[in-house]
Design a protein around this ligand. Sequence first.
Ligand SMILES: Cc1ncc(COP(=O)(O)O)c(C=O)c1O
Length: 461
Amino acid sequence: MENQPHKGRGRDAATDSPIVGANGATQSADILGSQLNPPEISPSRTRHLNAAILGGAPAFERTLHVGRPNMPDQQVFLKRMKQILNSGQLTNWGPLVQDFESRVAEISGAKHCIATCNATTGLELAISGLGMSGDVIVPSFTFIATVHALWRQGVRPVFCDIDPVTHCLDVDCVEAAITSRTTGILGVHLWGNSCASPKLRDLAKQHDLKLLFDAAHAFGCQSDQKNPYLGDAEVYSFHATKCIHAFEGGAIVTNDRDLADRLRLLVNFGFAEEDIVEHLGTNGKMNEASAAMGLTSIEAMDRFFAHNRENYNAFAAGLADVPGINLMSRSTAHKHSYQYIVTEVDPTIVGATRDELVAALRLENVYARRYFYPGCHRMQPYAGLSQRAGLTLPVTEAVAERVMILPTGMAVTSQDVDRLCSRIASIVRQAPAVCTAIRQCKDPRLPYFAQKDANTSTNHH
Ligand SMILES: Cc1ncc(COP(=O)(O)O)c(C=O)c1O
């Protein structure tokens, strides 16, 4: 089923096996908690089975990161760089930026594309170009740049809750938040999930609101080439952590010719012609080197997506039988980058919090991440405003406590995924002992939040 937390059939762990006692029975986590290194298991075997926080060998010698850059064909990239150096045109809509804009427009199914130096600037430009003012409705469960872009353009973010399955804006909450001050909706295609439902589009139309999408996660993710739910505009990120990147980069796509023309002025200081400035613009242009990387990266898109899909399938199989770790499922009807391995940790089942799991994984040399904790409405400069307004976002707050993003990308193989899932299963089996060890651990690699939370926690398990 589309977008349901994934729980399918699993397969045996590749590197760890269930911890079996002398009588052949699988030991419960409670027994392990009070009886580490039982005499009937040889020390080397125990070391292999144990989580690193319990004295076992780390699952990985090298570190696995979330968002490690994907590297496209070096020779092709270097050829393009040579072309740039020989031409002498480094920026200001050189031929590679023009090619990049054409490719992005084509892939996204939009008529116009304006390349930018990053998505944050792209969002600010789109907000300004669309004439958003007053209040704009936005999710709190997003990267802070979405909200900063509004605030920096003098627009007040009105935070809205999210759907617990897709993590995108809850349309009923959006409807309830519309007032006479509202001029637009800024939705986020989080994790590459589409936020652009027909209902949201109808709502925007009905109330005459601008509809902008932060599609930083979503380049290349769509059901077909037409992109019928584009909204007024959509902004991609080509930051190095994205599946397709341009070192740093962004792009605004739209079907609105007037908006595109305006954005082309805004992105270049507002210059209409030499010496003629018509708008309050900025310098948001993409440079030729970024376009060279962006184009080369786009050429590798199918390979990157396929690799990520293989990793995703390995995660789905490897985590299927791990209780309390739910992998967000992906609709096979949509083309998808699978760039985010989104899991939700249920502490009542796992016997450890998400933060404790993230901490235990650090010692395995796995840098899992707790995106987007604690939610933008609880970060500065918005926390004070939210507090004064008595704002609570129950789904956002619950999801922000549970989400754990696991590493994928070209630097992670499906064998790595098998090993990682097996180690997560081991950690979960040994949860009580793991939690006790985290509380006592002084290892500087441990994220401060895990120790702090563990020290102040009363009854996690
Ligand atoms: C949802 C979201 N919006 C905006 C951005 C900002 O993108 P950029 O780094 O290209 O400015 C990011 C960056 O990761 C993001 O995740």
